[in-house]
Design a protein. Structure first.
Length: 151
């Protein structure tokens, strides 16, 4: 079975934006999908509560790379709390959709951003509602990043 991807997905897959890493990031998050084994890492530079730079590294499928790329574009220059409510659905919509069997790939992008923001909050002793990150633990059982779930 071959999948049909939108032009935007193909564009972001073949020319991903913001690939790389940030040295000494203000927040970094890594998440993975236990089923396919794909891994996504997001680095954030945050100044005065604004995301001034974001980079990613994704070891994964075309949809994972395209959604990582689009997610970084969507949060660049945004306040942290706005980035925190970015949903995988919004990322997929910005890419003009994903094939239904590939929607789970976009979840990785949402979670990688959230995980990096949580790291920023933790590093800076910023208080937050644990419920904001409740989803992270549910999908985060295979790569051993033990600080994702807090009691
Ligand atoms: Fe693993 Fe797409 S198949 S993220």
């Amino acid at each position: 079975m071959s999948l049909t991807y939108s032009d935007k997905v193909m564009d972001h897959f073949t020319r991903p934006r913001n690939v790389g890493e940030i040295i000494n990031p203000d927040g970094v998050g890594e998440v993975g999908n236990a089923q396919c084994g794909d891994i996504m890492k997001v680095y954030l530079r945050i100044e005065n509560n604004i995301i001034t730079d974001v980079k990613f590294k994704t070891f994964g499928c075309a949809s994972a790379i395209a959604t990582s790329s689009m997610a970084t574009e969507l949060i660049m220059g945004k306040p942290v709390d706005e980035a925190l409510v970015l949903t995988n659905k919004a990322v997929a919509e910005a890419l003009d959709g994903l094939p239904p069997v590939k929607m789970h790939c976009s979840v990785l992008a949402e979670e990688a951003v959230k995980s990096a923001i949580k790291d920023y909050y933790d590093k800076n002793a910023i208080l937050y509602d644990l419920a904001l990150f409740a989803d992270l633990g549910a999908h985060d059982d295979h790569h051993g990043n033990g600080d994702i779930v807090e009691e």
